[in-house]
Design a protein around this ligand. Structure first.
Ligand code: MG
Length: 283
């Protein structure tokens, strides 16, 4: 089976492991299943996830983690040689993912500085990019936002890693990549292609990593607003985990059309659902 597994709220929750899920995935992998992790996170490089998942005992390899940054890079790589150079607003992790697929990357901060020092126009200062990528950037500056918006306004294709407006911190909700994307969208008047869930691209790229189609996958996620619609958009099966953002009462309140295919409260229930799917001949 092809299992596309969301991270936060499924394998771990914040800094804590979700009990026994890593062990269930290890068992499935030994049984021959392909396990690929999918996350809308746009900031970290893959090695960070690999380190964390290995520490939990989850089966993982460098290429089996597809974050929205990695999926954006893989998506842009399919547009090569038309797209070779990108202007990026985001972290060093995003830059590394884009460079890993052979793209030449100019970071928004550097382009803004070049524009100021050399009094170039925005597109020139950004090195005449073929696409603009926006992810989460905690070092965001007004000048960075300005140059990215201007390059998008000049007609360069606009790609968002994801549109999650907030993400949870210890004490508050932090503005997410989607909040920055919304700013660029407002300033440029251009709506981006968004790669992360609930759009289909991240799942499609994750399935392609193991040479399969996303329609064959079982998606395991905790969100009814990102994981479920992403799974539906590619025709994949979906198992809702009640270990993250969705409560049992929220699940119970869903109408018949809104229900996921299956629901699991914990690792044990997930293991039996996967066992049943496997015995029923799902490959
Ligand atoms: Mg989640």
């Amino acid at each position: 089976m092809l299992l596309l597994v969301d991270l936060d709220g499924v394998v771990y929750r914040g800094t804590e492991a979700v009990e026994d899920v890593a062990a269930v995935l290890a068992t499935r992998e030994k049984a021959g299943d392909d396990v690929v992790y999918i996350t809308n996170s746009s900031t970290a490089y893959r090695t960070e996830f690999v380190k964390r998942l290995s520490a939990l005992g989850a089966p993982v390899a460098f290429d089996r983690v597809v974050s929205s940054a990695r999926a954006t890079a893989l998506y842009l790589a399919t547009l090569s040689p038309t797209v070779r150079r990108v202007l990026a607003l985001g972290t060093d992790g995003l830059r590394r993912e884009l460079e890993d697929v052979g793209l030449e990357v100019v970071m928004a901060g550097d382009a803004a500085e070049r524009r100021r020092v050399d009094s170039l126009d925005a597109v020139e200062a950004a090195g005449h990019p073929h696409a603009v990528v926006v992810g989460l950037d905690r070092g965001l500056t007004y000048d960075g936002l300005a140059i990215v918006s201007e390059v998008v306004r000049a007609g360069v294709p606009f790609i968002a890693t994801n549109r999650d407006c907030v993400f949870p911190g210890e004490r508050c909700l932090w503005p997410g990549a989607g909040a920055l994307v919304a700013a660029v969208e407002a300033a440029s008047g251009v709506t981006p292609i968004s790669i992360g869930k609930p759009a289909p691209y991240l799942l499609e790229e994750a399935a392609r990593v193991v040479g399969r189609s996303a329609s064959e996958a079982l998606v395991i996620g905790d969100s009814l607003t990102s994981d479920l619609p992403a799974a539906r958009s590619v025709g994949a099966g979906f198992i809702l985990m009640l270990t993250g953002v969705t409560s049992r009462s929220e699940y119970d309140a869903l109408g018949p059309d809104e229900r996921p295919d299956e629901v699991a409260s914990n690792a044990r229930e997930l293991a039996s659902l996967l066992e049943v799917a496997s015995s029923a001949g799902r490959v």
